[in-house]
Design a protein around this ligand. Structure first.
Ligand code: RNT
Ligand code: ZN
Length: 411
């Protein structure tokens, strides 16, 4: 018997079908961010990320242009199992002469062509409201300057049109996630007015008449950022209420809350009210540091909430991390594989049995069973999944080769 067959039998004895788990896993799409490849610099000349987000490190071989980024995505994505979507920021426009308020689908046609070539399932999108001269005094959609607000409103509307184009091209809805850096470093004199301006800006964006069947709009809240420690305009309560009232979607980034608040707990809270919600899966170390996602406890809990609530078509999974201190392709693959592992781990759990124990208030057995799961032969099933996806468990060797052949030449 192979290791997988033994594992299959052991899981089977606990009422878990490994074959069903493997079949489900390869159908769950994960939207992979393009920005791990170039430290969130983009292609439209905006430069290094600003607005309270930061990449640290200077590892060899950052992709400096569209061609290099495509080469790195091709390589990295080829080592990632499962269904993949591409998550683009507007700052990755190709050959745009106009400013961000005038971006058009044509500036993203090369991305569509590329994403189709490498077999991706769709493209998700993000207005880029940072790294730009029109971020005035740290503010965008909530700025007191009407000209500034107008510029970013037009940018968001342009993004909605571009997302409709993505949806048409892939016959798959495109998620447009609105995140703004707006906030204050120190004690505000007025917390309400900027939020009212943000509300008004969002109203104007949504009023443009985009096709709700093609585009899913999400708003991403944040508790603080570098230089915006005291106040963020787009807070959790603000956006959750805005989303509920306007029938749009919340995006939860697990780096964007107090360290003792858990997105795994927020997912089922929102599922009680929303048809859809979106995630930015990241790993915050002490702050919203956007470390590479690893197969650790909170990620497992997030995956459990998706799987056991049968919500893999309701929770849109996207990744959001950027590490420039290690090989960027390895960072990409490690994080994506960690997400897949967490989903598989959740799929290999008898949630029905555990739920029953909870309802019977048999917390003794619940604890014991949950501990048992941790030492089941998960690794053997994961290896089998990779084998069926025609992938090796070892991606480091291939990445090292790519590093010496391609990345080192870039310096
Ligand atoms: C910033 C947000 C946002 C960005 C990306 C690049 O704190 O998480 O989602 O990371 O848009
Ligand atoms: Zn995010």
């Amino acid at each position: 018997m192979t290791a997988y067959e033994l594992a299959k039998a052991e899981y089977g004895s606990k009422g878990i079908e490994t074959e069903a788990a493997l079949a489900s896993l390869k159908e769950i799409p994960v939207s992979i961010h393009c920005w791990q490849g170039d430290d969130v610099v983009g292609l439209d000349g905006g430069g290094a990320a600003s607005g309270g987000i930061q990449t640290t490190g200077n590892y060899t071989g950052r992709a400096r242009n569209f061609e290099e980024l495509k080469a790195d995505i091709t390589k990295a994505f080829s080592m990632m199992p499962g269904k993949k979507r591409l998550n683009l920021h507007a700052s990755y426009a190709v050959g745009a002469a106009a400013d961000r308020d005038k971006y058009e689908p044509q500036h993203f046609a090369p991305w569509v062509k590329f994403a189709k070539e490498i077999g991706l399932q769709g493209i998700d999108f993000n207005p880029t409201m940072f790294s730009h001269k029109n971020v005035k005094d740290g503010l965008t959609l909530s700025s007191p300057d009407e000209r500034i607000r107008k510029f970013w409103i037009e940018h968001c509307k342009a993004c909605l049109r571009i997302a409709e184009y993505f949806a048409d091209e892939f016959k798959s809805p495109s998620l447009v996630n609105i995140w703004i850096p707006d906030g204050l470093k120190d004690v505000p004199a007025d917390r309400l007015t900027p939020r009212l301006r943000l509300k008004d800006s969002l109203d104007k964006i949504l009023a443009c008449g985009y096709d709700r069947n093609k585009v899913i709009v999400a708003v991403e809240s944040k508790v603080f950022g570098i230089g915006v420690e005291s106040y963020t305009v787009g807070s959790n309560e603000f956006y959750q209420n805005y989303a509920a009232k306007n029938n749009i979607c919340c995006l939860l980034d697990n780096g964007h809350y107090h360290p003792l608040e858990y997105v795994s707990d927020k997912i089922p809270a929102l599922l009680a009210f929303y048809d859809k919600l979106a995630l930015h899966v990241t790993r915050g170390v002490r702050w919203d540091s956007d470390h590479v996602v690893l197969f650790e406890d909170e990620l497992k809990e997030i995956a459990k909430e998706i799987v056991r609530n049968d919500a893999s078509d309701k929770v849109l999974i996207g990744l959001d991390y950027f590490d420039a201190s290690i090989n960027r392709l390895s960072a990409w693959v490690t994080g994506q594989r960690a997400m897949q592992k967490a989903l598989l781990y959740a799929l290999l759990t008898n949630h029905g049995e555990l739920r029953l124990l909870q309802d019977k208030a048999d917390f003794t057995a619940l604890m014991v069973k949950q501990e048992e799961y941790k030492t089941l032969p998960f690794g053997a099933v994961w290896k089998e999944y990779l084998r069926r996806e025609n992938l090796k468990e070892d991606y480091l060797t291939e990445i090292r080769e790519y590093e010496s052949k391609v990345l080192k030449e870039r310096n």
